[in-house]
Ligand binder design. Structure first.
Ligand code: OAD
Length: 254
């Protein structure tokens, strides 16, 4: 199918769907300069060992290394801007009832103007105490761009004196309950799910498209590469988020 026909077909699927669930992954932010986790030469897990940075054992072993790495990622996200795909997706909400579920811990959807129903893997900026779990609202000192391996001492919790940790879900941790309930509800209820920029390898989020299909929804994948989900989806659009979403918005009349 030509690109124009894919855009037209998807626009008509969206016009008939209520609600439309959108599941995004790291590829959604790639064109804003945020590296994905897998697949590309500069992907995060090709350069860094998640066992040393994204587990509670890693935190206990070397908090300064872990905190420095997340501060590096926060600074990278703060310098990034939403791209045309983020902006188009935000505008699509004027034409469709969208439930946006993201695995991304950045805030680029929000800065583009989208309302995010669920950040299923947490948020880089939702800091909390490792010990008492109280949210930490104090502003962090602005940081100049620094090396990913710079060691930094985490702030101290004003309530209990514990260490402040990133609001990111680490490997082996359960997903935030409220966010996951909203994500499951979006998959249960939707008539159409758009799956954008995820490798579909990390469960339970990777199971959401199958849940949607079990409830009768169609699933459309937007991704320049084949993924673990590709054999199961109803339609692919083999291009990037910043290419597809503005075309889709145009087709819908936005
Ligand atoms: P991955 O890094 O596993 O996959 C990124 C996907 O984005 C790949 O399928 C790429 O082909 C695709 N991609 C790359 N550039 C793109 C573009 N411009 N437009 C659209 N797609 C593009 O990222 P996720 O699937 O999000 O979890 O990873 C899932 C989870 O694994 C993450 O949330 C994180 C990670 O470990 C936790 O840390 C809990």
């Amino acid at each position: 199918m030509s690109t124009t026909n894919i855009a037209k077909t998807l626009a008509s699927l969206i016009a008939e769907a209520d609600p439309v669930a959108v599941l995004t992954g790291a590829g959604m932010s790639a064109e804003s300069g945020i590296p994905t986790f897998r697949g590309q030469h500069n992907s995060l897990w090709s350069q860094f060992d998640p066992q040393q940075l994204a587990t509670t054992d890693a935190w206990h072993a070397d908090k300064a290394l872990v905190w420095g790495w997340y501060r590096w990622r926060m600074a990278m996200v703060q310098q990034a801007k939403p791209h045309a795909g983020h902006l188009a997706l935000a505008k699509l909400a004027a034409h469709a009832n969208i439930a946006l579920v993201t695995q991304n811990v950045d805030d680029l959807h929000e800065r583009a103007g989208s309302r995010v129903s669920a950040h299923v893997h947490g948020s880089l900026f939702a800091l909390r105490c490792f010990d008492c779990a109280q949210a930490y609202a104090q502003a962090l000192k602005p940081l100049k761009p620094h090396a990913a391996t710079l060691r930094l001492t985490p702030p101290t919790c004003p309530h209990c004196g514990g260490d402040i940790r990133p609001g990111f879900v680490w490997f082996g941790e359960t997903l935030p309950e409220y966010a996951w309930a909203r994500a499951e509800a979006a998959a249960d209820r939707c008539d159409l799910m758009l799956v954008i920029g995820t490798s579909g390898l990390v469960y339970p989020a990777a199971g959401l498209p199958a849940v949607a299909q079990q409830h009768g929804a169609k699933v459309v994948e937007i991704n320049p590469e084949d993924t673990a989900l590709s054999p199961h989806v109803d339609m692919h659009w083999r291009t990037t988020a910043a290419d597809a979403l503005p075309q889709l918005l145009k087709e819908i009349g936005g």
